[in-house]
Design a protein around this ligand. Structure first.
Ligand code: GDP
Length: 454
């Protein structure tokens, strides 16, 4: 029999309420041992809050609380779950936790509640992983995608694919096990058509990870350009407040500055790189080296040039660090007479004119940034289901590869056993996502990333 676990469900610190949660066969007994209210715990209705007091074994009061029992199987973990809503203070929560540990509960490990929910079939693995995504979501869009996954949108796609694969496998096995005069001849094109379809859908779904990663981890947007073109001013203008220090002297913004913001639903990490400039100054050389590194790692580079003067060698040096398909050229200082030779920037099709100082053209800039990321979403368009876990993407690719192998074997008229092996491989890869075929050590690793109490 599993033991009964306990942990705070709310983060440490002061709050209106702090919740201690128990799960396991003895959860109700343990509550009964420390809770005194008008109603005896054994007659408490499920999913209803009851007022009472928590007492130590010598009848000393620990707190006035609200307690709720959620009886198995209608609970988060599928086991009997008890939640005690206490006053949200560190000492109170510690004392309440001790009460339950003293009567025999065990401190829960990281993610152990969710792990039990998974083991009891309340959630499949993709849904369990979504719990942590919902908690960690850094933008509205990210939380929407995570909630969809928690509701089982990704899982139901996977189950749909698995069901078709199982059907094809059954058909194949019938032809392997029984002679053709009993089951008729195998119509190979008929068998392959839906598998081909699934193979394509797997590819599209795996491709949605490009967007999923952005929603989960945020996009790295780097502001690059030679000193004095207005990078700090642009950063401030985008942020709408004076964070980066604007300096009149060229080349004084040496350190990279980083800010987090949400742009039209996308979490964005905005980085102001050190001014790029060919110089012997060791500090600046280091800055240039870091800028080069960051430009390679960035999802999008905002390459700033000063529209009010001709392009310099330093501008060209900065431009060299940029890949045209991941670069938006921001022609700054549009409030002044323009003398920048835009034809030198012909290799960079995405350009926006702004004035960071007078906050002109910023809407166009936001729209251009958004368009850049939206086009990723549109190209991935898999009916709204977005893969956010690298693990899921790899499993989808694995399943897709097995199906492709099957197509090759089929055209080479390989024995049916070979096709069946490929199908089983694809099925097993899909099972990694929902947890049916996930090895225990991977499961442990996934749940250990959760916080205690989740
Ligand atoms: P950075 O070295 O690239 O970070 O450039 P700064 O943001 O420190 O700006 C350098 C100088 O250009 C400062 O004097 C700013 O006031 C000025 N500046 C920045 N943006 C604009 C703009 O849009 N128009 C004008 N006229 N001046 C600007």
């Amino acid at each position: 029999m599993l033991d009964t676990i306990v942990a705070p469900a709310t983060p440490p610190g002061e709050g209106g309420v702090g919740i201690i949660r128990l799960s396991g066969p003895q959860a109700v007994d343990f509550l009964g041992a420390v809770f005194r209210g008008k109603v005896n715990v054994n007659t408490m209705e499920s999913h209803k809050l009851y007022l009472g007091r928590l007492l130590t074994p010598n009848e000393e009061r620990v707190d006035n609380v609200l307690a709720v029992i959620m009886r198995s199987p209608r609970s988060y973990t599928g086991e009997d779950v008890v939640e005690v809503h206490c006053h949200g203070g560190l000492q109170i929560l510690r004392s309440v936790l001790d009460l339950f540990l003293n009567v025999g509960a065990r401190m829960a490990g990281p993610g152990e509640f969710t792990q039990r929910a998974f083991l009891n079939g309340r959630l499949d693995l993709a849904q369990a992983e979504a719990v942590i995504e919902v908690i960690r979501a850094r933008s509205e869009r990210a939380s929407r995608v995570a909630l969809d996954q928690l509701d089982g949108h990704l899982s139901s796609e996977i189950y749909k694919f698995s069901a078709q694969l199982k059907q094809s496998l059954a058909l194949l096995e019938a032809h392997i096990d029984f002679p053709d005069d009993e089951v008729g001849t195998l119509d190979l094109p008929h068998l392959l058509a839906p598998l081909q379809q699934i193979s394509l859908q797997l590819e599209v779904l795996a491709g949605s990870f490009d967007v999923g990663r952005v929603l989960r981890e945020g996009v790295n947007v780097l502001i690059l350009g030679r000193p004095n073109v207005g990078k700090s001013s642009l950063m401030n203008a985008i942020l709408g407040e004076s964070r980066a220090i604007v300096n009149e002297l060229a080349g004084t913004t040496r350190d990279t500055l980083e800010e987090q913001l949400v742009l039209a639903g996308f979490p964005v990490r905005l980085v102001d790189a050190a001014g790029v400039r060919d110089t012997d100054d060791p500090v600046e050389q280091e800055g240039v080296r870091r800028a080069r590194e960051k430009a390679t790692a960035a999802d999008l580079v905002l390459m700033v040039v000063d529209g009010s003067c001709p392009l310099t060698d330093q501008d060209m040096l900065a431009l060299e660090l940029c890949q045209p398909d991941r670069t938006l050229v921001v022609v700054n200082k549009s409030d002044q007479a323009q003398s920048c030779e835009l034809k030198l920037l012909a290799g960079f099709p995405c350009q926006v004119a702004v004035s960071a100082k007078y906050k002109l053209g910023l809407d166009d800039l936001s729209a251009a940034i958004l368009e850049f990321f939206e086009s990723d979403i549109i190209s991935s368009g898999s009916e709204g289901v977005v893969v956010t876990e690298r693990r899921h993407r790899e499993a989808l690719l694995l399943a897709g590869a097995a199906l492709k192998q099957l197509m090759v074997s089929a055209t080479e008229l390989a024995p049916l056993e070979c096709l069946a092996t490929d199908l089983r491989e694809a099925l097993s890869a899909l099972g990694l996502i929902t947890g049916e075929t996930t090895p225990d050590e991977i499961l442990d690793q996934i749940f250990s990333q959760f916080c205690v109490g989740k």
